[in-house]
Design a protein around this ligand. Structure first.
Ligand SMILES: [Zn+2]
Length: 275
């Protein structure tokens, strides 16, 4: 019996060892989008767990499974663990998340605008945004690198710690602020579906576009909307116009990229998007 048990154990180990799980980039920094790839020859489906979030993996044309996750400046650097579970077993790997370098920005808005942060409608806005970003659809709608949503210069980089009117607990900057004149058309950087169109207190007029597999792009402070919720939109089509609504200190587009609810650095999405 013990011989059979040993054989079963060896078979199980061999099966587990056949699974391959990898992370890219190889040395991720805070703000990077992580792509986890798993080879599970006998699995029809697989789920992945990263930082207590469990999501289904999607199958790539080459047969491997993939899932994307976001990292951010407020995610502690150091050892991270990820676990994949398929029909033919599971696998856990560890990797190091490196600390990113992000600056500090002190900014000032008129006191009346800053008071908006205490507006009772802010909680409902946040809940609507969070619920939208948590919605995960299986199809990958984007192809290749994202295009810039507006032409203009980056006024505020991703990840900066912000001190607003002296308040150091304002948080960090969750995207790019791109300076542009009020009325400048905002173009969608990739194919997607318009998921949320909402006048918010802090974000101003806001749009979220779903690009599939947990990937969303966000547009804040618009002067005008050009789309409606549920609308399919193609790369280059107009979403709306640049404005100065919400907590904003001048006309600009705040552009964010979210992966599974985490605001990531948009830069790789413009140059070398996760594969
Ligand atoms: Zn911004």
């Amino acid at each position: 019996l013990s011989f059979v048990a040993a054989l079963v154990t060896i078979a199980a180990l061999a099966q587990v060892n056949a699974l391959v799980l990898s992370v890219s980039p190889l040395k991720p920094r805070q703000g990077d989008t992580l792509a986890f790839h798993a080879t599970l020859p006998d699995s029809k489906a697989a789920i992945i767990t990263f930082r207590d979030r469990v999501v289904p993996m999607e199958r790539l044309p080459d047969g491997r499974f993939r899932a994307l996750f976001g990292t951010s400046p407020d995610m502690p650097p150091g050892l991270q663990t990820v676990t994949v579970l398929g029909d033919d077993g599971g696998k856990t790997i560890s990797f190091a998340l490196t600390r990113g370098t992000f600056g500090v920005q002190r900014l000032r808005v008129p006191a009346a605008r800053n008071q908006l942060r205490k507006d009772p409608r802010v909680d409902a806005d946040k809940a609507a945004i969070r619920a939208c970003l948590a919605e995960r659809t299986p199809d990958q709608l984007w192809q290749g690198a994202f295009a810039w949503p507006v032409t203009g210069s980056i006024r505020t980089q991703y990840g900066l710690k912000r001190i607003m009117n002296g308040d150091a607990n304002y948080g960090w900057h969750k995207g790019y602020d791109i300076a542009a004149k009020t009325g400048t058309p905002i173009k969608t950087p990739a194919d997607g579906i318009v998921a949320l169109v909402r006048p918010c207190v802090l974000e101003g007029n806001l749009i979220l576009v779903n690009h599939g597999q947990g990937v969303y792009t966000a547009y804040f402070h618009l002067s005008k909307f050009s789309v409606a919720e549920g609308q399919t939109i193609r790369t280059g089509e107009r979403l709306g116009h640049v404005g100065n609504t919400g907590i904003s200190s001048g006309p600009h587009l705040h552009w964010g990229v979210y992966v599974n609810g985490v605001a990531v650095n948009p830069k790789p999405w413009l140059t070398a998007p996760p594969k």
